[in-house]
Every structure is written in structure tokens, then in C-alpha cells.
Ligand binder design. Structure first.
Ligand SMILES: Cc1cc2nc3c(=O)[nH]c(=O)nc-3n(C[C@H](O)[C@H](O)[C@H](O)COP(=O)(O)OP(=O)(O)OC[C@H]3O[C@@H](n4cnc5c(N)ncnc54)[C@H](O)[C@@H]3O)c2cc1C
Length: 642
């Protein structure tokens, strides 16, 4: 069997095993019956193939939102009553459950419902087993960013659940890249640039958030000469690299306002006279997942923040603001470039450790280990999640389709929640509900919201993102091209990178190029035409992404890695053990900008208002794309319930 078939088959087998238990369930079963019917092998983190929002996970939500479906067949009233039901088992939903018990007592019964087959939402763990060696990585949320700037509330929660952020000072091997001579490079592909070529320079400044990644040894001029561009393209690229705010003819005191109200692509095209398609593609992909989408819809100011082609954020901001103001700004706002708080707070499975510790704290029997260190390699027992004897239960594969007060929302003391599990409709009841799901979905679930709130929630938008993680038997070829990170303009995955060098709790990061490793391939899908408004591009890209099959992704990864890595040293069929494509059709929340959709932050505030015994958490309410904000929204939603 070819390797190609092997990867596909493995995914198929795993997916079938996961579902098998559910099909055998008797109608009207209890959660214990669901668990009893689960295959003992039910362990989602080890699944490869199409993950993230796994195929089928959004079917019922889409039937409700797109088809307005309301007839789900006979509904079984499970006669289960909870003090709190949480819709959504991401970091926000899990934190809401934790805060609720902390506020009201450890005996308060909580049910968490999530449509995915795993908990954590975006904070997802990927495992790759390579020749008996377990390689961990993040399938979504990556790092706890800038802890120094976070509130006491958030830091206390982390401490209480067993997370010590100081351990990263030694757990993150800051010398890994230098020791192995790995840096930031660019891979130009044959399809777009006429030849497969690697240049040891990233051109843009996106890579510098990775702590320890060395700056290139060659100059801008040398790098430009090596780029497979026409002479005109090379001239334009050099102009961009030597550009900056000094080319704008704007008085200094007006500059900050100006750059946030002018388009980065207009700056490239008008101020720097760039029209070479290769250079524009390099620019468009140069921010990758910093903001999501392409840089064509960013303002100049946002492009600086993201380190887009031609802008180095730290010196540019220091120059604009002055050293002292810059330091105050990054310290207070938790910017990635704050010197005293490097980007090192990455667990081997990313922020999935935060989700796992929250679960472990509330359902102690789920696995061994009492702190983040001890649970790194602990294989959780998913059969423990939804036991009726638990005070907190987590029910996966359960899409909530209706949430309604028992009587007038202003006076009702209970809320009925309907969800679909294995195509069957169930009803449960609670004294209060926290909606920690996607805000845009809420009006379809809570159908009697006040009009203004309903309309505001419908404006919430998500950015599609894709993190593909690849299990490699060795990284000799990566070492050969000295790749810590490869910018990859013109590819589906705009960035390929070694995983973060973190060893913790007995888990050792890959040691030598002969050892197995997991790499990350990051895709921020966007629309076909640069300059199309962001929301339209997100929609177009989202549909394209979810309509691709595993084979399409495998072909893409095959072509990308085979084109970039030296033949002989790398053979896809020989060296790739596993591929996990984490597709987040509903990824980062989009918060708009001065150029587009500038009212979205206001909409989030209106949308997140409490409604009777129903309150709203989730990152979309912030709107922000950081775990600490998801936790803060959970706290607010719990306090609003009273
Ligand atoms: C690829 C990616 C990388 C990221 N990287 C970082 C990072 O490095 N650092 C960082 O701080 N943040 C990162 N983020 C941002 C991340 O969104 C937040 O940090 C945080 O994890 C969001 O948590 P949440 O609980 O608010 O939302 P989510 O994680 O989205 O959880 C919401 C859950 O509700 C479920 N749900 C939705 N509708 C229903 C329904 N009807 N019924 C039942 N369940 C439902 C969803 O499926 C989901 O599981 C990243 C996000 C993505 C997509």
C-alpha cells in the first residue's frame, strides 16, 4: 500500500471507530449509556486526517442557521437538571464552569455541551505517534501570550488550576535554533516563481515573534538578488525592503492617524510603485496568522504591527513613538515584543494544556497528574467526561439548537436546552445558561432575543484558519536547508515551521535531526482577488477550505515539502508518518479595523448583554483572539448570572 493510501486509511479507520458506539445507542439513552457505548479507543487527540472542526461537526448548526431547521424529530426529555449549562467547551466555556463552581460552591452541577468530538474548542491537542515516539503539538491555539500584561483574575485562575508560567524560562530551549543553525528562510515555488528555490532570508518580519530564531546573515540586497523574480520585480522588492514611514509625505504629528486610515496595499502600489505579481504575493502572505486573511486588507499601521513585507515593527514603532512610550505601550498592552516577556509560553500541545487542566480540575478522574507538567503525557480517559456521578459533566458531539426560558425571560427561573447528539434530539434543564459558543450562532439558538441584540450578534464574523501538523520520521532535510521557519508565498500554507522547542514533564522536544518531530504548516486562506473586502474573502476562503478532501491537502503538503526540501534527503512517502489538517472554518474572531467594518467592536458589546437567565461568554464577545480574553469573558458571563 502506498503511503498516500496509508494516511487516508488511518483517518478513515479512526473516524469509524469513534462513531461506532453512537450508532448502537438505544433511543432515549442517558449520558451513562452513551459513555458505555463509546469505544474504549475513543481518544480524539490521537486522530490524524481532517481535524479541527472535524467533518460533520457543524452539520446541525448549519441546518439551523442556513436552513432554519426546527423540526428535529421526537425529543427525549432526559430529566436532567443542572445549576448551570454551558454551551461550548472551549477555554471560555470551561472557565465559565470553573468560575461558577468557585462562586457558588463545588457541589453545583454543571453540564458543558460541545458539538466537537473533543473539548477545548480552538485549544486542541494533536498527537503524532512516530515509530513509537509520541510527538505533541498544537492543533489550534498555540501560546499564552504576554502573561505579564494579564489581569490578576486570569493569572489566579491559571495558578489555581496548576499552571506555573515561570517554568517556561527553562522549558523553552531558547538556544535550539542557534545551536542547530536554523533560521527564517523563504521557499519560492515553481508554479508561481518559475523554479523551486530556497533563499536564507524571510524578506518580511513576521518570523521574529519566535523567541530565539536568529536574524538572517545575508543583507537585503543579497537576498533580493537571489529571489527568483524579474529584474523589475527585484528592483521593486528592494524598494519595499528599503521603504518605511519616511517615504510618506505626512507631518510627524499626523502620521499615526494617517497609517491606520490608509491601506498597506495602496502604500505599496502608489508610494512604492509596486506592480510585480510575485512581490505583491510576497506582501499579501507576509503576515500569515498574525491577523488572519491576507495583508491586502490591512492598513499601513496594522501591516507594521504584523511585520509585513517592508516593515520591522519594533524599530518602526520606537522611531514613531519614542523609546519610552514604546516600552510603556508594549508592557501595558501585552504586545509580543515586550522585552521582559518573550514569546515562550507554549505548552507542548499549545493552549490545549489550559483546557486539559481546567477539565482535570473539575473532573479529577479523567487522568493522572495534578499540574501542567504532570499532565503533558497523561492520556485522558474520555469515558470519565460525562458520568452522571460527576458534578461537572462534559458532553461531546452535542450541538445545541435551542435555548429557551421556561417562562417570561425577566422572571423565569429555568432554561430549557435542546441539543442533537447522533441525529437525536434531547432536552435538559438548568437554572442558568452561559453561551460560550460562536456569537453569530446565538440568535439562531436563542430565538427571542431583543431585536438590537439579535442584530448585533449576527454581525459577529470568524476568520478561517488552518494549522496542518505533520509527523516526520526525521528532520535531516530541514536541517540541511537551515529552516526554523519558511515563508512560502504562493502556497496554501504560507508558513512552515519547526514546532516550538519546549520540553516539559518528561516530554522531550526533538533532540537531533535523526529524531522524529512534528512540524507546523500554517494557512490563512483568503479570496482570489486582493482588495476584496475582508468578510467576503473570509466567506469565499471558508467554503473553499471545507470543500477540499483529505487527499487534496495531502497532495498540497506533498508538493510543498517535496519542492522545498532537498531530494534524496527528503522523500515524502518515506519520511512523512502522519498528517493532521486542523481546519478552523470559524477561527479567530474578526474585530474589523478603521478601513473595514469599524463598528464591530461596538456590535460585540451590544451582542453580549445578559438576557434573563442566559448570559454570553466566548472570545467573540471581547472581541479578541487571545485566551486571556476568553477567560475574562467567562468571568463576566458568570457574574451576570448572579
Ligand atoms: C488556529 C488558531 C490559533 C490560535 N492561536 C492562539 C494563540 O496562540 N494564543 C491565544 O491566546 N489565542 C489563540 N487563538 C484564539 C482562540 O480563539 C482563543 O484563545 C480561545 O481559545 C477561544 O476560546 P473560546 O472558548 O472563546 O472559543 P472556542 O475555542 O471557539 O470554543 C467555542 C466552542 O463552542 C462550540 N460551539 C459552537 N456552537 C455550538 C453549539 N451550537 N452547540 C455546542 N457547541 C457549540 C465550538 O464548536 C467550540 O468548540 C487561536 C485561534 C485559532 C483558531
Amino acid at each position: 500500500m502506498s503511503k498516500k493510501n496509508k494516511i487516508t486509511r488511518r483517518d478513515f479507520i479512526n473516524g469509524t471507530l469513534m462513531a461506532a458506539g453512537a450508532y448502537m445507542l438505544p433511543f432515549g439513552c442517558t449520558s451513562d449509556a452513551v459513555l458505555a457505548a463509546l469505544e474504549p479507543s475513543y481518544y480524539p487527540p490521537a486522530l490524524t486526517g481532517l481535524r479541527g472542526s472535524q467533518p460533520g461537526s457543524n452539520i446541525h448548526a448549519h441546518s439551523r442557521a442556513w436552513g432554519n431547521k426546527s423540526d428535529w424529530g421526537p425529543t427525549t426529555n432526559l430529566k436532567e437538571e443542572y445549576d448551570l449549562i454551558v454551551v461550548g467547551g472551549g477555554i471560555s466555556g470551561l472557565s465559565a464552569a470553573y468560575f461558577f463552581q468557585k462562586e457558588h460552591g463545588k457541589d453545583k452541577k454543571v453540564l458543558i455541551l460541545d458539538n466537537h468530538d473533543d473539548f477545548g474548542g480552538h485549544a486542541r491537542r494533536n498527537e503524532h505517534m512516530i515509530n513509537g515516539d509520541l510527538r505533541l503539538t498544537n492543533g489550534g491555539s498555540q501560546t499564552f501570550v504576554s502573561p505579564h500584561a494579564r489581569s490578576e483574575l486570569v493569572l489566579t485562575l491559571l495558578k489555581e488550576i496548576g499552571i506555573d508560567l515561570d517554568q517556561f524560562k527553562t522549558a523553552y530551549d531558547v538556544n535550539f535554533y542557534k545551536r542547530n543553525k536554523l533560521g527564517a528562510i523563504t521557499y519560492f515555488n515553481k508554479q508561481m516563481f518559475g523554479e523551486d528555490k530556497v533563499v536564507k532570508h524571510p524578506y518580511c518580519n513576521y518570523p521574529w515573534w519566535v523567541e530565539g530564531l536568529p536574524r538572517p546573515e545575508i543583507s537585503h540586497e543579497e537576498a533580493v538578488q537571489q529571489a527568483p523574480l524579474s529584474e523589475k520585480g527585484k528592483e521593486q522588492l528592494l524598494r519595499v525592503l528599503n521603504g518605511g514611514l519616511h517615504v510618506l509625505d505626512v507631518p510627524r504629528e499626523e502620521l499615526e492617524d494617517y497609517i491606520y486610515s490608509r491601506s498597506y496595499f495602496d502604500y505599496l502600489k502608489t508610494n512604492l510603485r509596486v506592480d510585480d505579481p510575485g512581490v505583491l504575493e510576497m506582501a499579501r502572505t507576509s503576515c500569515s496568522d498574525w491577523a488572519g486573511g491576507g495583508a491586502d486588507v490591512l492598513s499601513i499601521g496594522e501591516a507594521i504591527d504584523c511585520g509585513a513585507l517592508g516593515f520591522d515593527p519594533v524599530p518602526t514603532w520606537k522611531d514613531l513613538m519614542g523609546e519610552e512610550a514604546f516600552q510603556t505601550e508594549v508592557r501595558e498592552h501585552g504586545n509580543l515584543f515586550a522585552e521582559e516577556d518573550p514569546y515562550i509560553h507554549h505548552f507542548p500541545d499549545g493552549n490545549a494544556t489550559i483546557a486539559r487542566m481546567l477539565v482535570k480540575k473539575m473532573i479529577p478522574n479523567v487522568g493522572t497528574g495534578d499540574n501542567a507538567k504532570e499532565i503533558v503525557t497523561s492520556k485522558f480517559n474520555y469515558a470519565e467526561l460525562d458520568k452522571s456521578s460527576n458534578v461537572v459533566q462534559i458532553r461531546l458531539n452535542s450541538t445545541v439548537v435551542n435555548v429557551k426560558h421556561g417562562s417570561d425571560p425577566n422572571s423565569s427561573s429555568d432554561v430549557f436546552v435542546n441539543y442533537i447528539n447522533d441525529n437525536t434530539s434531547y432536552q435538559v434543564k438548568a437554572k442558568g445558561v452561559v453561551m460560550a459558543c460562536y456569537n453569530r450562532m446565538i440568535p439562531h439558538i436563542v430565538s427571542d432575543l431583543p431585536k438590537e441584540q439579535d442584530a448585533a450578534l449576527r454581525r459577529s464574523v470568524k476568520i478561517p484558519l488552518q494549522y496542518t501538523t505533520v509527523g516526520l520520521k526525521n528532520w535531516r532535510a530541514i536541517k540541511e536547508i537551515e529552516m526554523g521557519m519558511a515563508m512560502s508565498p504562493g502556497n496554501m500554507h504560507q508558513v512552515v515551521m519547526m514546532d516550538f522547542p519546549v520540553s516539559m514533564g518528561g516530554y522531550e522536544f526533538t533532540k537531533t535531526p535523526n529524531d522524529p518531530c512534528a512540524i507546523q504548516m500554517i494557512a490563512c486562506p483568503f479570496g482570489d482577488f486582493a482588495g476584496t473586502p475582508p468578510i467576503e474573502q473570509f466567506r469565499e476562503a471558508r467554503y473553499r477550505m471545507i470543500n477540499l478532501q483529505l487527499e487534496d491537502y495531502e497532495n498540497e503538503v506533498r508538493a510543498h515539502l517535496s519542492g522545498m526540501l532537498p531530494k534524496g534527503l527528503f522523500e515524502f512517502d518515506r519520511d512523512v508518518e502522519s498528517i493532521t489538517v486542523n481546519r478552523w472554518a470559524h477561527g479567530y474572531v474578526y474585530s474589523g479595523s478603521r478601513l473595514y467594518d469599524s463598528d464591530l467592536r461596538g456590535m460585540a458589546k451590544i451582542g453580549r448583554q445578559p438576557f434573563g437567565r442566559i448570559t454570553i461568554a466566548n472570545i467573540d464577545s471581547a472581541p479578541s483572539s487571545y485566551a486571556h480574553a476568553a477567560i475574562k469573558q467567562a468571568w463576566r458571563a458568570v457574574k451576570e448570572l448572579g
